[in-house]
Ligand binder design. Structure first.
Ligand SMILES: Cc1cc2nc3c(=O)[nH]c(=O)nc-3n(C[C@H](O)[C@H](O)[C@H](O)COP(=O)(O)OP(=O)(O)OC[C@H]3O[C@@H](n4cnc5c(N)ncnc54)[C@H](O)[C@@H]3O)c2cc1C
Length: 432
């Protein structure tokens, strides 16, 4: 297979342990907490709740990991889009500090969870490079690097020759290497989380789309096509696949498609020249690109596209052309996999934790950085469901605020994408 005949299946489905059994919900059940959505957010919440003795029931419309959690790039990136100084300016010293600490330690949290539950998912602390395509991006990275270094994080600035040495591609002005970060096999991780949650006592039901969510006299009731659950608390963990289950929530995020392509396994001599440093990379163009090798030596290239799910062949072709331009070493290696999924962007570029009514908790909006942050968010939601106060949670609990003019998002985002591409083109030309 090559080019446009490659199937729309993710590379992660090729060699992965089967899904634990998760039959659809039938009949009427009771639980302490019902979790809607079985990705990293929902399953991490379920695992942390079940470990502390709560009776938990997880429902997913499809199967655990069907959403972004089972088909992402597997880059475990700590931190936020915002730098620590900015977080302290925006939220005040105390809250800002707690937020960058929570986000900054998110990769550690994932590695510890994987080790504790012996999840076999090729997790490796190989480091992440934020690659600056031009001098002004490198200036921002210089400031980011200094801010994290002042806070004790193992990050360093890379000059043009060092980044070329580590990545095997030329043309970057420099970058930031973050040694807290790493990579994993995302589908294996989410299935491992599902298995760990089941072993801790959580019940998980696939094929169980929740169509109704309501509370009466202090109890929550959720309904699926063949059953219902009554619970003290509900955790809504549907991220970019959020529907109209809770009023206004869908309009708090912009769901954007992220596309990926993967080559056939590269021959050993080529593999040694592509990303020889072993890191995973995000290219900081306004229209983000990201790339890595998978554990079997395929080159994966990903990037953002428009908001709909059509899987435009031109977008895959653009990624493939980009990959060949960055890595001429791959020659004519065929493309064996093309796939996409949704990421949820928020207006303030921050993940959101909401509690619109007592007993209803919601975590979403990871802006394409959910491998680490969604897993952490699951723990925060579990803590809150078990009674940790808002002040102690480590993340602000904010009201649901739909993005203005959300229904015009398709044409508006198309314009934004064109504008950003134009700005990237201007940046690449340098000062006039
Ligand atoms: C192509 C791609 C590449 C990415 N690369 C990276 C990366 O390299 N690093 C990184 O950090 N992040 C990356 N991300 C983002 C990351 O994957 C997500 O932030 C993260 O997986 C979100 O997890 P989640 O559990 O909140 O949501 P999801 O994993 O999307 O799960 C939501 C679940 O909710 C279920 N659901 C929705 N509605 C209902 C309903 N009514 N009833 C029942 N179930 C429902 C869905 O079936 C779905 O399984 C990427 C995302 C994509 C799509």
């Amino acid at each position: 297979m090559s080019g446009s005949s490659a199937p729309l299946t993710s590379v992660w489905t090729v060699a992965v342990e089967p899904l634990p059994e998760t039959r659809p919900l039938e009949g009427n059940r009771r639980a302490d907490v019902v979790v809607i959505g079985a990705g990293y957010t929902g399953l991490s919440a379920a695992l942390h709740l079940a470990e502390r003795g709560a009776e938990v029931l997880v429902l997913d419309a499809a199967e655990p990991g069907w959403g972004a959690s089972g088909r992402n790039g597997g880059q475990i990136i700590p931190g936020l889009k915002h730098d620590p100084d900015e977080m302290e300016r925006r939220f005040g010293e105390e809250t800002g500090r707690r937020m960058w600490q929570t986000a900054g330690s998110a990769a550690d949290f994932v590695f510890e969870l994987i080790a504790r539950h012996k999840i076999s998912c090729h997790a490796e602390r190989c480091g992440w490079i934020a690659a600056a395509p031009h001098a002004s991006a490198l200036e921002s990275l210089r400031s980011r690097t200094e801010q994290w270094q002042q806070r004790g994080a193992p990050v360093e600035l890379l000059d043009a020759s060092r980044i070329a040495e580590l990545t095997g591609t030329t043309g970057y002005a420099g970058g930031m290497l973050d040694r807290r970060a790493g990579a994993l096999q995302p589908l294996a991780f989410v299935r491992g989380l599902a298995r760990a949650a089941q072993q801790a006592g959580a019940a998980i039901h696939g094929g169980s789309a929740v169509g109704r969510l309501a509370s009466t006299r202090g109890a929550w009731r959720v309904e699926t096509p063949a059953g219902s659950v009554t619970a003290t608390s509900v955790i809504l963990a549907t991220n970019a696949y959020t529907d109209d289950l809770w009023p206004g929530l869908r309009r708090t995020v912009l769901p954007v498609q992220s596309y990926q392509v993967a080559t056939r396994r590269l021959p050993g001599d080529v593999r040694r020249q592509v990303l020889p440093g072993g890191q995973v990379v995000s290219d900081l163009r306004r229209i983000l690109f990201y790339f890595r090798l998978d554990p079997e030596g395929r080159l994966l290239m990903g990037g953002r596209g428009p908001l709909d799910d059509r899987g435009d062949p031109a977008l895959f072709a653009r990624l493939e052309a980009m990959a060949r331009r960055f890595f001429p070493q791959i020659g004519t290696a065929p493309w064996e996999h093309r796939w996409s999924g949704r990421v949820a962007l928020t207006a303030d570029h921050l993940p959101h934790l909401h509690e619109p009514q007592p007993g209803l908790l919601i975590g979403l909006g990871y802006n394409g950085r959910g491998v680490a942050m969604a897993t952490v968010m699951g723990k925060l939601l579990a803590d809150r469901a078990l009674g940790t106060s808002h002040a102690e949670i480590g993340w602000p609990v904010t009201p649901i605020e739909p993005i203005p003019l959300h229904r015009w998002r398709l044409p508006a985002m198309a314009l934004v994408v064109h504008w950003k591409r134009f700005q990237d083109w201007l940046d690449a030309r340098g000062p006039a």
